[in-house]
Structure formats: C-alpha cells, structure tokens
Design a protein around this ligand. Structure first.
Ligand code: IPM
Ligand code: MN
Length: 355
C-alpha cells in the first residue's frame, strides 16, 4: 500500500528526531512492502522565520491532502517574546483545531527494560504499568473566550458542550473495551460547572453504551495524587484539555523519561497527527543526543491508528524493546548499557526491524 505522510519537523530537536522516525518507517516499508510518501511542510518558529507566520495555509493544505501527519516539536527562546497569538505554540493549537484532532492519546508505558528509570518505588510498579491518557484536545479553556477586561485584569474561559464530551468519552470507552475495561474520568465537579456537565455526560454514555466498563470519577487534585500513590489502579484516564495536559506530563515519568512518551491526536475517521509529547528542547538542538523513541513510538501509533497496520506496529515496538536491552540515549542511560546518539538509536531500531 501507498501512504501519504505530511512531515512537519518544526523547531529545536524536531528535525533530528523526525528523521529517525522516518528511518524507522522506511525500514517498515522495506520489510513489509509498503510505500511511505513524505511531503515536508513548515510549522512553528521555522515557519515564522521563513514566511512570517507559524501555520501557513500551504501547510494545512498539505496536511489535508495526506493520510496522516508526523510532527516534531515547535517553539524556542527565539520566539518567546512574540505576543500570544503569534507564538509557535499558537500554530500547534491552530493545526489541532483546523484538522479536528479532538482526541489526544498519550500512552504512559513502563518498559521492563526501563524500570530502573521510573522514580516510583519498585513495589508500586511491580509487573509493569500501562496507562492510556485520553485528553480532549480542541475544547475547554485552551479554546474558550479570552481577553482583557481592562489593563489590569485578564480572563480565560472553560467551555464544554455535551457533543464534545460525548465524542471524547466514546474514544476512551472504546479503548477501554480493548484493554482492561476500566475508565477513570477526571474533573473538578466539586467546583466547576463544566465539570458537572462532563461527569453527567460521561455517566450517561457509560450507562447507555458501555455498561461492561468499570467507571470511576476522580477530582483532578486527587487524580494527580493517586498517579503517584497507586498508579496500577489506572487503565484509561479520560480528561479535558487542561487537566490532560498536566496529568500526561506527570504520567510520563512512569515511562522513565519524557523522551519515551509518544502521542496520537485523532480526528473522526482514521486521520491523525503523531508527535512526541515532549517539546523542542532548544538547548539540545543539533547535538544528536536526544532520545528519538517518543517520536518513533508516535510513528508506531500512526501505523496502528491511521493505517491499521498492527503487525508492523508490533514490529516497531519489539525493535524498540530489543534496542533498549543494550543501547541507551543519555536521558535513559544506565550502568552496563551502551551510550548512543539520536541517529544511532534510530539505526539500531531500523536494523532490528529488518533483521
Ligand atoms: C502539549 C504541549 C502543548 C499543550 C503546548 C506546547 C501548547 O504542552 O502538547 O502537551 O499545552 O497542549
Ligand atoms: Mn503539555
């Protein structure tokens, strides 16, 4: 099969880590007989510098004409002083909205190979951890009305409709049905009106459509605490945009390093955008030391969620695990292991796929 992928390398370490994901996809193509066709487009600071805006229409057109999008990272100190609506981060929010990517999947998996890198006590993570964070991505306070009332007072608003809550709840319940059939919905229903609507809607979708799934509701403060106290209780975590942003960074530590956490941002249908959960790490730019695995795992999620290539996705995951038996980038280096660069990690994983 032939698949069209829009490639948005972005800023900082974005280009180096995306190159490794492409290397791995090409190995998959060679091994399984697929053709991946890449079209590069500008986003973020790189786009601001080249054409004066973070999210050029041409980039959106290329994404719309593709089967999936592979993204590196955006942002950096060079563009930090721009006003809010001109910053590279705004381009990321804009592309999520334009492409309708309402469901953000962030799996926090502790690979056995990396259990020493997890900061939690071994008895808390005994037998491994596999949590799927499901974050609503195109609503809530990120996209609500905002502004200044006067020069001393600013505001942002949180807004959710039943429709938005229903569709993200279904994504979480569908995933749970294929996993341990457990969803923990996170809100702040003791304080926020949007959270009370969230809870009521999630309960109704559960009762009407997914009675087999076990459903819990946690307030967000408690959820943050429980993630550290007893992470094994979680299977699928369902959250709004802002709470999911915060809790997914917290959950990343379970994987040992933010450099291991991939993400998939999905629209209705099979279209999706795939990017590491970490940022552009400006100070490591061009040094060939960053961990490309979060981006490679994101490409693995693309194979699975957008292309339905499950065997291929498993091959990538197995190659990553095998590579980790011996090779480590700096962020996950451990005694007895061989330190490797960004590109060497990509080489090892690609070789293991072809082996
Ligand atoms: C993320 C990032 C973004 C977000 C920023 C860069 C806008 O932190 O993808 O988690 O807050 O969604
Ligand atoms: Mn974040």
């Amino acid at each position: 099969m032939n698949y069209k992928i829009a490639v948005l390398k972005g800023d900082g370490i974005g280009p180096e880590i995306v190159d490794e994901a492409i290397k791995v996809l090409n190995a998959v193509g060679e091994k399984f007989g697929h053709e991946f066709e890449y079209t590069e487009a500008l986003i973020g600071g790189a786009a601001i510098d080249a054409v004066g805006e973070g999210l050029p229409q041409e980039t959106l057109d290329i994404c719309h004409a593709s089967d999936a999008v592979l993204l590196g990272a955006v942002g950096g100190p060079k563009w930090d002083d721009l006003p809010g609506d001109k910053r590279p981060e705004k381009a990321l929010l804009g592309i999520r909205q334009d492409l309708g990517l309402f469901a953000n999947l962030r799996p926090a998996i502790m690979f056995d190979q990396l259990k020493d890198a997890c900061p939690l006590k071994p008895e808390k993570v005994e037998g491994g951890l596999d949590i799927m964070m499901v974050r609503e991505l195109t609503g809530g306070i990120y996209f609500g009305e905002r502004g200044y009332i006067d020069e001393n007072t600013a505001y942002d608003t949180e807004k959710y409709s039943v429709y938005e809550i229903e569709r993200i709840a279904r994504v979480a319940f569908d995933l749970a049905m294929k996993r341990d059939k457990k969803v923990t919905s996170v809100d702040k229903a003791n304080v926020l009106e949007t959270s009370r609507l969230w809870r009521k809607t999630v309960e109704r979708i559960h009762a009407e459509e997914y009675p087999e799934v076990e459903l819990d509701h946690y307030y967000v403060d408690n959820a943050a605490m429980q993630l550290m106290k007893s992470p094994k209780q979680f299977d699928v975590v369902l959250t709004g945009n802002m709470f999911g942003d915060i809790l997914s960074d917290e959950a990343s530590q379970i994987a040992g390093s933010l450099g291991m956490l991939p993400s998939a941002s999905l629209a209705t249908g099979n279209f999706g955008m795939y990017e590491p959960s970490h940022g552009s790490a400006p100070k490591y730019t061009g040094l060939n030391v960053s961990n490309p695995i979060a981006t490679i795992m994101s490409a693995q999620m693309m194979l699975k969620y957008s292309f339905g290539l499950n065997e291929e996705a498993d091959a990538v995951e197995n190659a990553i695990k095998k590579a980790l038996d011996q090779y480590r980038t700096r962020d996950i280096m451990a005694e007895g292991m061989t330190l490797c660069s960004t590109s060497e990690m990509g080489d090892r994983i690609a070789e293991l796929i072809l082996a």
